[in-house]
Design a protein around this ligand. Structure first.
Ligand code: NAD
Length: 477
């Protein structure tokens, strides 16, 4: 196939390209220029997508697992072929540097392949009293996959791949801020799947609620903010739709006094600021032992000075813009709040004039625990550096949040680091590194960071229901 990634953004409904009467513009956040005009789906078009997915489910759910695995492998190969094009498009719509965009496309390919290698487990229990219990995992039906704008490709593929492998059909809805890569993935995969198996719809604020409330949807896989996650859960309650919610975070990093300060500061700089901190798992509160606080702060600030912020398409750019204007305004408001409350900035704090939603890295010097920058998920490059004295105290402060997504502990004493990690009320804790993820390892949030997991066998099984067939008098089978 010949895919033109620069124009012609259409939805995929029932295996066909679909435009719409209404449209909206998509901007490049580095320049604020319009880069595309995309369909704004009507309710009738969404109904058609759900109906197509429902029709396709009858056959796809009965298709042999090997064929579904082969389809995912073909999708991976096709996407890999277009790596450079998707990298450029992702940078244009999302803002992230080319290197990060290329890594994101590579991750999608790797995740498709790893998911394709999975089987669906089945068990058989003979109870010794003439009864045999056969348990298997069956697909749920039509999955609504809803993605945010920070990792638009990764978070779409994390849903599409396991949903399809398990035998479900999908209606994918990208964020209206970053719909281009999803629309083009729909086009890219169109001839690799039967019509209706993967539908991609695109629209503004009405579309998410239409989709989650739709009676034809059986499962919602959602990544986004905790506030929206609550609304999704409400929409799901009427028909007891299955849900997976991957929501916000306020991750703490805890740095013990025995670390190599420069090395740890460098790693945590990227742990906090990669993707301009628009990362659910970004380090959002950085606790450093008081005995090394000043040295650590100096190393972090020095690192910040060496990183270039700019258009992600330019060589040498390390950090791109904030992805969209509402988020840009929120981050600026957080900075203004810190200024108003007399917090000292170790770096950043000024917003440059000119085009693009650029916010320079801001590092705050030990703000109080009830400061907005400590309590709220910034989702932008505003990092509170916090001093602590003893371990019980820092664990208590790290856990003093409604969020429970990730966190990290840094120390040469691995036994101590492990014991601290176990006390953190989060889904993932890294020790002496950060953000390593694997398609084979489940990932999810505790507390108000989510419900259920993505990735790994556990993530795959979230796209299934359990069915047990209990047979009497079939011991020999
Ligand atoms: P958001 O909640 O505003 O939007 C997420 C998606 O939901 C978008 O596609 C949006 O159009 C859609 N949506 C909005 N209102 C809806 C509704 N009422 N019903 C259904 N869908 C609706 O989130 P965002 O601002 O795009 O993303 C940032 C948030 O996502 C942050 O809080 C971040 O921590 C979180 N996030 C979490 C993870 C994770 O895996 N836990 C990963 C990435 C981002």
């Amino acid at each position: 196939m010949q895919l033109n990634l620069d124009s012609g953004y259409t939805m995929t409904v029932n295996g066909r390209a679909e435009t719409s009467a209404q449209t909206f513009d998509v901007l490049n956040p580095a320049t604020e220029e319009r880069i595309a005009t995309v369909p704004d789906a009507s309710l009738a078009q969404l109904n058609e997508a759900v109906a197509a997915a429902t029709r396709a489910f009858a056959q796809w759910s009965e298709t042999a697992l090997e064929r579904r695995q082969a389809a995912l492998l073909a999708m991976a190969d096709r996407l890999e072929e277009y790596t450079e094009g998707f990298m450029r498009l992702l940078t244009r719509e999302q803002g992230k540097p080319h290197a990060d965009a290329r890594a994101e496309v590579g991750r999608c390919v790797a995740w498709l392949r790893a998911t394709a290698a999975r089987d669906l487990p089945a068990t058989r229990l003979d109870d010794g009293a003439g009864r045999v219990f056969e348990t298997r995992h069956v697909p749920i039906g039509v999955v609504a996959a809803i993605a945010p704008w920070n990792f638009p490709m990764t978070l779409a593929i994390w849903k599409i791949a396991p949903a399809l492998l398990a035998g479900n059909t999908v209606v994918l809805k990208p964020s209206p801020f970053t719909p281009l890569t999803s629309l083009k993935m729909g086009e890219l995969f169109r001839d690799l799947l039967p019509p209706g198996v993967l539908n991609v719809v695109c629209g503004g604020d009405r579309l998410g609620p239409w989709l989650t409330e739709h009676p034809g949807i059986d499962k919602i896989a959602f990544t986004g903010s905790t506030a929206t996650g609550r609304r999704v859960m409400q929409s799901a309650s009427g028909r007891l739709k299955r849900i997976t919610l991957e929501l916000g975070g306020n991750d703490a990093a805890i740095v013990l006094p025995d670390v190599d300060v420069r090395e740890t500061a460098a790693k945590l700089f990227w742990g906090a600021f990669r993707n301009s901190s628009q990362f659910c798992l970004a380090t959002k509160r950085l606790y450093v032992h008081e005995s090394i606080y000043d040295e650590f702060a100096a190393a972090l600030v020095e690192h910040a000075r060496g990183v270039v912020m700019g258009d992600g398409a330019q060589p040498g750019t390390g950090l791109g813009p904030i992805q969209n204007r509402p988020q840009y305004e929120r981050v600026k408001d957080l900075i203004a709040d810190a200024h108003r409350n007399g917090v000292r900035f170790l770096a950043g704090g000024d917003i440059p004039q000119g085009k693009g939603y650029f916010v320079p890295v801001a590092i705050l010097d030990n703000p109080p625990d009830d400061a907005r920058s400590v309590v709220e998920e910034a989702f932008g490059p505003v990092l509170p550096l916090l001093k602590y004295r003893d371990i019980d105290e820092v664990v208590q402060r790290a856990n003093d949040t409604d969020y429970g997504l990730g966190g990290s502990v840094w120390s040469k004493d691995l036994a101590l680091a492990r014991s601290i990690a176990r006390r953190l009320e989060t889904g993932t804790v890294w020790i002496n590194h950060i953000h390593a993820m694997s398609p084979d390892v489940p990932f999810g949030g505790r507390k108000q960071s989510g419900l259920g997991v993505e990735n790994g066998l556990e993530g795959l099984l979230e796209y299934t229901s359990v069915q047990t067939v209990a047979v009497l008098g079939d011991e020999a089978a």
